[in-house]
Design a protein around this ligand. Structure first.
Ligand code: PH4
Ligand code: ZN
Length: 309
C-alpha cells in the first residue's frame, strides 16, 4: 500500500531500524527493489530525483509504481522526490501523487534554506505530504581539505535544532561524512557518529536521513572491472557502519550507487560472457535479479527492516 514516510518512520524510530530509500530510474530497477521488499516483508521508499523524472518521465514512473503497489498490497511503499531543487519541482511531484518530497536547500545559506524549506513544508502539509530537508554539505570529504573546511561541511547540531523548529520539516538529512557516488573516501571510511548522537539528543523526534550511503559493494565493483569496466579505487560506507547508523537514530538510508553497480555488473557480465546476445531481456533480466539480491541484503542484514510490515 502507498503510505507517507511519517508512518514508516514512527515505527522505525520506536524499533530502532532504518528504511532503505532506493533511487528508481526504470522498470527493472523498480521491480528489483519491490521484489526484494516483498521477499523480506520490508517497508520501502522508492525515490526519484529530478534527473530520474527527466529521464523516465513522471507519468511512466507513477504508473510503474502504481503497478508495484497493486502487485504487493501488503508492502508499505512511499514515493519520494529525492533532492528537490526548487519549490516548483516539489509542487509538481506533490500534485502528481508523491507521498513525500525532499527540498534540498543545502546549497543556500542558512536563512535561504529555512525560507525555501518552509515554503515547501506549507504547501506539502496542506496536501497531506511530508517533507525531508537537508542541512550541512554532503561534498566528498577529501584528504586534502583542511580540518576547518571539513568541520564547516558537517551538520551543526544546534543549527539542526533551530532549523527543524523554524521550518516544521518532517525529517532531516545530515552531513556526517558520507558523499554521493562510488568514491566516498580516499583512506579509511570514517563517519562522525558523535555528531549524529548530538543531533539525536537535540531533536529526538525528527527522523534522520543519511544520503550518499551506498556500500560500493566490492563484489559488484570487481564484477564490473572483470568484464571491461574501469572503477579503480571505488569505496563506500561499510555495512557495519550503516548497521550502527540504523540502530543509532538514522531512519532512512539512501542507496543509488549500489543499484547502478548491480545493474551494470549484471549487464556487463552477460554481454561479455556471450557476445552473441542481443535480446535485452537476456541481460536486463539478470541485472534485475542482481538488484533484487543487493536490496535484500541491505534490508535483511544491514538496515534491519525485514519483517517490519
Ligand atoms: N542520492 C541519490 C542521488 C541521485 O541526479 P541523480 O539521479 O544522479 O541523483 O540522493 C543518494 O543519496 C545516493 O547515495 P549513493 O551515491 O551513496 O548511493
Ligand atoms: Zn542524496
Amino acid at each position: 500500500m502507498l503510505v507517507t514516510t511519517k508512518e514508516m518512520f514512527e515505527k522505525a524510530m520506536k524499533e530502532k531500524y532504518a528504511i532503505g530509500a532506493f533511487n528508481v530510474n526504470n522498470m527493472e530497477i523498480i521491480q528489483g527493489i519491490v521484489d526484494a521488499a516483498a521477499e523480506c516483508k520490508s517497508p520501502v521508499i522508492l525515490q526519484a530525483s529530478a534527473g530520474a523524472i527527466k529521464y523516465a518521465r513522471i507519468g511512466y514512473l507513477m504508473k510503474m509504481i502504481e503497478a508495484a503497489v497493486e502487485e504487493h498490497p501488503e508492502i508499505p511503499m512511499a514515493i519520494h522526490l529525492d533532492h528537490g531543487p526548487d519549490f516548483e519541482t516539489a509542487k509538481m511531484c506533490i500534485d502528481n501523487g508523491f507521498t513525500s518530497v525532499m527540498i534540498d536547500g543545502s546549497k543556500y545559506d542558512f536563512e535561504e534554506n529555512v525560507r525555501l524549506t518552509k515554503q515547501v513544508v506549507d504547501y506539502a502539509h496542506s496536501k497531506g505530504v511530508v517533507v525531508e530537508a537537508e542541512l550541512g554539505k554532503l561534498a566528498g570529504v577529501e584528504d586534502d581539505v583542511n580540518v576547518d573546511a571539513k568541520d564547516a561541511m558537517y551538520t551543526d547540531p544546534a543549527q539542526a535544532e533551530e532549523f527543524v523548529k523554524r521550518t516544521g520539516c518532517d525529517s532531516l538529512a545530515i552531513a556526517i561524512g558520507t558523499s554521493h557516488g562510488a568514491y566516498k573516501f580516499k583512506g579509511e571510511a570514517k563517519l562522525r557518529f558523535d555528531i549524529l548522537k548530538e543531533v539525536k539528543e537535540r531533536i529526538p523526534n525528527t527522523p534522520i536521513v543519511l544520503h550518499g550511503a551506498s556500500t560500493v559493494i566490492p563484489e559488484l565493483v570487481d564484477t564490473c572491472n572483470k568484464y571491461g569496466g574501469s572503477l579503480p579505487g571505488a569505496k563506500g560506507v561499510p555495512d557495519e557502519m550503516l548497521h550502527e547508523a540504523s540502530i543509532s537514530g538514522v531512519s532512512k538510508i539512501n542507496v543509488d550507487t549500489d543499484l547502478r553497480l548491480a545493474m551494470t555488473a549484471g549487464i556487463r557480465k552477460e554481454l561479455v560472457e556471450d557476445p552473441s546476445v542481443f535480446d535485452p531481456r537476456k541481460y536486463l533480466g539478470p541485472a534485475r535479479e542482481l538488484i533484487k539480491e543487493t536490496v535484500e541484503h541491505k534490508m535483511r542484514d544491514v538496515f534491519g527492516s525485514s519483517n517490519k510490515i
